[in-house]
Write a protein that binds this ligand. Structure first.
Ligand SMILES: Cc1ncc(COP(=O)(O)O)c(C=O)c1O
Length: 400
């Protein structure tokens, strides 16, 4: 008799469009860092739904907030005030140092769409119709809808869908001269991930983000940070830019905003916050009562648990230990990251095979391409748990 996994995998095969090559496992429960599959096998999760479950799985405070709101009021639309939405916008603003206004949507790609529309609206109002160009980074990832895909700096994800939206150019990350050269009077915004996530965990240098801020100020261009993956204490501070000390004009959020429920947001400050007028943008579900209640509970629990401090400390210890693993196995070419957003680059093109062996041994990690392994655990991750990751990697890489 087949397992529940076999049944579900067979249904997937027949009824899902094949946009994902799924891993051979069926997770049915979770609790903090732990996942359990359909046969009761436990796993340690270093992926957290691609950096979305920052509090860990099945967090009781989020579950209670959602259940309470489900029994009270689920949906009225953005035509009306919603109490949790307004309170959440205030919380996000204060988490980011104050002075922000928010538009709520449902995902990261939607947040990027909103930020791009806002930047174009802002640019055209300032310098006329030709001011709609956006400079982004090579290897960046901003989402799969058309504007977000056009902003993404990865030909492999774009080429099959050309023609894309006009007005995007891409520069090498951390190359200040290239950014200087790319920003023209027709540029309305520079769009950057403070740490590139899907591209393989490449942090911006401090000098680069400071230069991006200076260039945008000098030339009157909006600086947009895509914090979809770096946000909500993943790199230690509430948002990664706070760790760099470089404040953007606009930032996009999603993933961990509601600890894994679909939520996104665009935050704008200064003149960018004046760009939109009623009717310019919208969303049926964005910032709905249930999601807003979940997000408020998420932020509160992240703060009470001081999980930003844990992300910084545990992340630092893990990077040091991975550096030692690199030195004594010779199998790791580079260790990169900030906080609990970490990748190792393997010397050999074994990333997919290593990730699969880890999964078989109960450790869930993510492979990007042939050589990169990424670790994005829930921020409750402890050094006892990273020790298990390190032992598992050592056994696999050391045995090569
Ligand atoms: C930095 C960044 N921006 C945007 C997105 C798109 O988010 P979503 O998958 O929620 O549309 C992602 C997703 O991985 C991301 O990492």
């Amino acid at each position: 008799m087949g397992t529940r996994y076999d049944e579900i995998a067979a249904l997937d095969e027949v009824y899902h469009l094949p946009t994902y090559a799924r891993k051979p496992v069926l997770f049915v429960r979770g609790d903090g860092m732990r996942l359990v599959d359909d046969e009761g096998r436990p796993y340690l999760d270093f992926v957290a739904g691609i950096g979305a479950a920052n509090l860990g799985h099945a967090h009781p405070a989020v579950a209670a907030a959602v259940a309470r709101q489900m029994n009270t009021l689920v949906h009225v639309s953005n035509l009306y005030h919603v109490e949790h939405r307004a309170v959440l916008a205030e919380r996000l603003s204060s988490l980011a140092g104050g002075g922000w206004k928010t538009f709520f949507c449902n995902s990261g790609t939607e947040a990027i769409e909103g930020a791009i529309k806002l930047a174009r609206r802002w640019g055209k109002a300032r310098r006329g119709d030709s001011c709609f160009h956006i400079v982004a980074a090579e290897r960046s990832f901003h989402g799969r809808t058309f504007a977000a895909l056009s902003a993404t700096g990865q030909a492999s994800k774009q080429d099959a869908f050309a023609p894309l939206l006009p007005g995007f150019s891409h520069v090498p990350l951390n190359d200040i001269a290239a950014l200087e050269a790319a920003v023209t009077p027709d540029t309305c915004a520079v769009l950057l991930e403070p740490v590139q996530g899907e591209g393989g965990v490449y942090p911006c240098t401090e000098a680069y983000l400071a230069a991006a801020r200076r260039i945008c100020d000098e030339r009157e261009v909006l600086l947009i940070f895509d914090e979809v993956q770096t946000g909500f204490f993943r790199t230690g501070s509430p948002f990664a830019w706070q760790g760099y000390g470089v404040r953007p004009d606009v930032m996009t959020l999603a993933k961990a905003l509601a600890n894994g429920l679909p939520a996104g947001a665009v935050l704008a400050g200064g003149s960018a916050a004046e760009a939109f007028a009623p009717g310019d943008h919208g969303s049926t579900f964005g910032g709905g009562p249930v999601i807003a209640a979940a997000a408020l509970a998420t932020i509160k629990a992240l703060e009470i648990g001081r999980l930003g401090e844990n992300a910084a400390a545990t992340g630092e210890a893990l990077r040091i230990a991975l550096g030692e693993l690199a030195a004594h196995t010779g199998a790791i070419a580079e260790v990169r990251g900030r906080g609990l957003m970490i990748a190792i680059e393997l010397v050999e093109p074994r990333a997919q095979e290593v990730a699969m062996t880890c999964l078989e041994q109960g450790v869930v990690i993510n492979a990007i391409g042939d050589r990169i392994l990424r670790f994005l655990p829930p921020l409750v991750c402890t050094t006892d748990e990273t020790a298990i990751l390190l032992d598992t990697l050592e056994a696999i890489l050391g045995a090569a």
